[in-house]
Design a protein around this ligand. Structure first.
Ligand SMILES: Cc1cc2nc3c(=O)[nH]c(=O)nc-3n(C[C@H](O)[C@H](O)[C@H](O)COP(=O)(O)O)c2cc1C
Length: 229
């Protein structure tokens, strides 16, 4: 039964990723240039910020090597192509300020949607911990950490497990946000609570379908207002 459900989910995901890829290849040349610049940028290190807010996110689009523009993870916002999680992270930053932090790994994730699905399933089956190449140098500066990730196989991507393994967020507030294709958060917020028992994990995270990310700015602003920002 589980095997059958996994097959159905894989078929649905493939269809969705093919759609995303074709939408992506239709994006403007200007957007493509921006995206490849973003993907080629060096691994980030969070710097001391005034706001004491960190917006950390993982997107395959920034972990797919030089051909990342072909990644199934790209969306186009205001004419700029970028990873979907990066798009939501930008929307959060526009409202609350703070510093962006891209979770980078030494793994070069496949840009082909089907290959990425299989690769991620294998990583999950092996309970892998991809090596991280970006590190928060000054965690003490931050009280509030937004953490953004795609739903991968009804779970956190394994690179996000690596991220939670690396840091002890005790005493800090963690605010999840995610992008999905129907499963919303699955159990990921409880998982974060289990991984970081000393942190306050906000259960009212922000979740958005991959198909509506580009139009999510208003919903992001309302959500943040509801949280008291
Ligand atoms: C490997 C993989 C597994 C996925 N598994 C799920 C899933 O179980 N449920 C779901 O709703 N969406 C799933 N999706 C869709 C992603 O959550 C969605 O495409 C998200 O936008 C990907 O983030 P990104 O664009 O920043 O890479 C999956 C996508 C990939 C690539």
């Amino acid at each position: 039964m589980k095997h059958l459900m996994r097959k159905i989910l894989a078929a649905l995901l493939s269809a969705s990723l093919i759609f995303s890829l074709s939408a992506c290849s239709a994006s403007s040349g200007e957007g493509q240039q921006s995206a490849s610049q973003s993907a080629d940028a060096p691994a980030q290190t969070a710097q001391a910020g005034d706001g004491k807010i960190l917006i950390a996110y993982f997107t395959a689009a920034e972990n797919s090597g030089v051909d990342a523009i072909a990644s199934a993870s790209y969306t186009t916002v205001n004419g700029q192509a970028m990873g979907r999680l990066r798009a939501v992270a930008d929307m959060i930053q526009q409202n609350v300020g703070g510093d962006l932090f891209s979770i980078r790994t030494s793994v070069v994730y496949p840009t082909d949607g089907r290959e990425l699905i299989d690769y991620a399933a294998q990583e999950q089956a092996e309970n892998a911990r991809p090596e991280l190449t970006s590190h928060i140098e000054n965690l003490d500066e931050y009280d509030t950490i937004f953490i953004g990730y795609p739903n991968w196989w009804a779970d956190l991507p394994m690179a996000v497990y690596s991220f939670f393994d690396e840091y002890d967020f005790s005493g800090k507030t963690l605010i999840p946000f995610n992008v999905h294709n129907g499963s919303r958060f699955s159990r990921t917020i409880q998982t974060i609570q289990e991984l970081e028992p000393g942190a306050t994990v906000i259960e009212d995270g922000f979740t958005v379908s991959e198909q509506t990310v580009a139009d999510a700015a208003g919903d992001v602003a309302s959500w943040l207002e509801g949280l008291g920002f």
